[in-house]
Design a protein around this ligand. Structure first.
Ligand code: SIN
Length: 562
């Protein structure tokens, strides 16, 4: 059984704010900064340290029609093609038209993007883009620079309260509206343990779910907490079966687990190509863009070649790029490869696909609003409709940026400042539970939802094994049925004491169960969902979305194309 809320101890402290933002990647930071600038009180909660999410790992860059010979219309076209019929065109239009301005505002905030010799923003290409459209920073350290600039702005902004090392547990509902969250804080002194934040709106910006798989480019913290919380809160989640596998991840050897080193698609954008062990460029002839085809096409091309040859990996050959290009454009990747004993200047890099990005997530409208009033979602945790069945490379940072701005506009429209008076001024006293009556009507009410036990921390490794074996880049009915059975069997492994690792394992289990449900149901191959037993795209039956909700258990409904 998947519970509707976690069996957390009663909150020991309570904090009041207007808007609580959960997550400190680009989506969370921009939402927090912009919402605070509108005069609302903002509390930013992050699971580890402020800069530990996925954003800082982003290498390639941020896509926007910044070049004089490019247009939002062309960016729209490439995004729709990559999304294989499932993008929401209106959402994509918002993304591509507001994108260039959003990137410029990031520069005004202090993010230093790489420049061409003529002083304009240097732009590269990545898979699926027909133009040079990807702005980058520090060569291949775009996410780190964006994160640095946003955190500097956060420090300067004064007044945004931050709680680090805080895992979000459940949404607090008040009469069906989001009214705050419960948190487990680790090591923050007087806020240690389970607490609660009461707020007029909650913004989920918790990032991805890559840790559902054994090998992923995502950091340890990407455990799908936002999607799991949203499901427990009764929100609608969609397109979860579309987990994107990045084609070129450094091959660390058979059975490598955990976060794997990414080799940015921008390396192919600058001219590197894929070869097999015999030196053949196997992507040529498979797609007009060869190695720069959309990501799903390249990942499938690699998997097909691995099957044909029985090899465990292929190679990315960038020797011809020369030492200067490697040193100046790809310093991070160069150092990473060398630290693993491979010098890309003189040797091809061994690569395989690995889990990278959730194209689906908590369904939102064009202003980040979910199906639960007062609950917003932004960034990878959200499904705004811009990615469809396969995200176009470097559209993710852009999505976080554009939709964070939209959410803050919406918050200011419906909850204008100056901030509301504290409903319970005594909540500012964090000296202990005795300072507060937490049992007041609606205060921390879970709206009668059923509380369930959390799972043993060791469930995490089992979920990862099951998902990688049966629900990874290649899927079929038999494997998915097995995944469903094995995941169901894990549901009995309750943890004695709830702890952060147990809550994370529970979230991973919930999200994995929902992914498998969708993957089993969608009997076709589209975008990043590859069914070996249904190898073709089927627009007659499947040009719509699978919507997942947690009722008595997880259920998936098909919503046909309108
Ligand atoms: C990359 O640099 O290849 C990753 C870019 C992305 O995932 O959008």
């Amino acid at each position: 059984m998947i519970p509707a809320s976690l069996a957390a101890p009663a909150p020991g402290w309570v904090r009041d704010t207007d808007v609580v933002v959960i997550g400190s990647g680009i989506a969370g930071l921009v939402t927090a900064l912009r919402t605070h600038a509108q005069g609302l009180r903002v509390l930013l909660v992050t699971k580890a340290l402020l800069d530990e999410g996925s954003t800082r790992w982003a290498q390639g860059g941020i896509a926007a029609a910044l070049a004089p010979d490019d247009t939002p219309e062309e960016h729209l076209r490439d995004t729709l093609v990559a999304g294989v019929g499932l993008c929401d065109e209106e959402a994509v239009r918002a993304l591509v038209t507001e994108g260039p301005g959003a990137v410029r505002s990031l520069m005004e905030l202090g993010a230093l993007f790489d420049r061409a010799e003529d002083g304009t923003v240097a732009l590269t290409r990545e898979g699926g883009h027909h133009r040079r459209r990807i702005a980058h920073a520090g060569g291949d350290a775009t996410g780190a620079e964006i994160s640095r600039a946003l955190l500097a702005a956060l420090t300067k902004s004064e007044g945004i309260e931050v709680i680090e090392h805080a895992l979000v547990l459940d949404l607090v509902l008040d009469g069906g509206r989001a009214a705050g969250v419960t948190l487990h804080v680790m090591g923050e002194g007087r806020r240690d343990g389970v607490g609660a934040v009461r707020a007029r709106a909650v913004v989920l910006a918790t990032g991805g779910l890559g840790q559902v798989f054994a090998a992923t480019t995502n950091p340890q913290v990407s455990t799908g907490d936002g999607v799991a919380l949203a499901l427990r809160a009764g929100a609608t989640v969609t397109d979860l079966e579309f987990v994107q596998f990045h084609p070129t991840v450094f091959w660390l050897g058979e059975g490598a687990r955990g976060q794997q080193p990414l080799i940015s698609e921008a390396v192919r954008g600058e001219g590197a190509y894929l070869i097999d062990a015999s030196g053949e460029r196997f992507m040529v002839g498979r797609h007009e863009l060869a190695e720069l085809a959309p990501r799903d096409v390249v990942a499938k091309g690699i998997m097909a070649r691995l099957r044909e040859t029985g090899a465990s990996h292929v190679f990315l050959d960038g020797r011809h790029l020369g030492a200067r290009m490697w040193e100046e454009r790809f310093p991070t990747i160069l150092a990473n490869c060398r630290s693993h004993g491979v010098d890309p200047v003189t040797e091809p890099i061994p690569v395989v696909p690995a889990a990278h990005y959730a194209s689906g997530g908590v369904r939102t409208d064009l202003y980040g609003r979910t199906s639960v009033p007062g609950l917003y979602a932004c960034g990878e945790v959200a499904c705004t409709g811009v990615h469809g069945a396969n995200r176009l490379a470097s559209n993710s940072l852009l999505e976080g940026l554009v939709f964070a701005a939209r959410i803050s506009q919406d918050l200011a429209r419906y909850w204008p400042g100056p901030a509301l008076a504290l409903s319970r001024p005594e909540a500012l006293d964090l000296s202990g539970p005795e300072a507060l009556d937490l049992s007041g009507p609606g205060a921390l009410d879970l709206d009668g939802r059923e509380r369930g036990g959390v799972l043993e921390p060791s469930v995490r490794a089992d979920v990862q094994r099951i998902m990688s074996e049966y629900s990874g880049v290649l899927r079929n009915a038999e494997g998915l049925a097995r995944a469903e059975r094995e995941l169901a069997a894990l549901a009995g492994r309750s943890a004695g004491e709830p702890c952060v690792e147990a809550w994370e394992a529970t979230n991973l289990h919930t999200v994995a169960t929902a992914i498998v449900l969708g993957a089993r149901r969608r009997e076709e191959t589209r975008g990043s969902h590859w069914r070996e037993d249904f190898p073709d795209r089927d627009d007659t039956s499947w040009l719509g979305h699978l919507v997942t909700r947690l009722d008595d258990g997880p259920t998936t409904t098909y919503e046909g194309a309108s």
